[in-house]
Design a protein around this ligand. Structure first.
Ligand SMILES: [Zn+2]
Ligand SMILES: [Zn+2]
Length: 155
């Protein structure tokens, strides 16, 4: 319980405006959650798992936060852990996801746009994930057996 408390009192800074983000309680389909909102640009920071609670669309949430590969395509640095982030897309909506802690950055209106997508019955294109799943697969392989990795590419 103590850890949870510290976590919820943690303050983040908006990576765009460099101002402290404000805690905001939002209603979800389950118990309310506290999210971090930038008072200036209205960007939102969601810790791991929070996007799922807000969207209640498992498929879309998983699509955006799982199999995100190992390469960073985003210039953003995670406000939570300081690690690199990647850009994930649902059609025209681009969100930044931390490769390390799984937190998600949403610009103004992106949460609403994602909810709309979900209500419209958006079906993620799994084939777009192919490259990133391949990256993850290679990354794991590289970690477990470095020699195998090189053999595969020198053949
Ligand atoms: Zn901001
Ligand atoms: Zn992070």
């Amino acid at each position: 319980m103590t850890n949870d408390k510290i976590e919820s009192e943690r303050k983040y800074e908006c990576h765009k405006c460099w101002v402290e983000m404000k805690k905001e309680e939002v209603e979800t389909f389950g118990p309310n959650i506290i999210i971090d909102v930038c008072p200036k640009c209205k960007g939102i920071w969601l810790d791991k798992g929070e996007l799922g609670k807000l969207l209640k669309d498992r498929e879309l949430t998983n699509y955006l936060t799982k199999h995100i590969g190992t390469k960073s395509r985003s210039p953003m640095v995670c406000p939570r852990c300081g690690m690199t982030m990647d850009i994930e897309k649902a059609d025209d909506i681009e969100v930044d996801v931390c490769l390390n802690c799984g937190g998600v950055w949403l610009d103004k209106d992106e949460l609403e746009n994602l909810k709309e997508k979900s209500e419209e019955g958006f079906k993620p294109d799994e084939s777009a994930k192919f490259e990133e799943m391949e990256e993850e697969r290679l990354y794991k392989k590289r970690n477990s057996a470095l020699s195998n990795f090189f053999r595969k590419f020198t053949k």
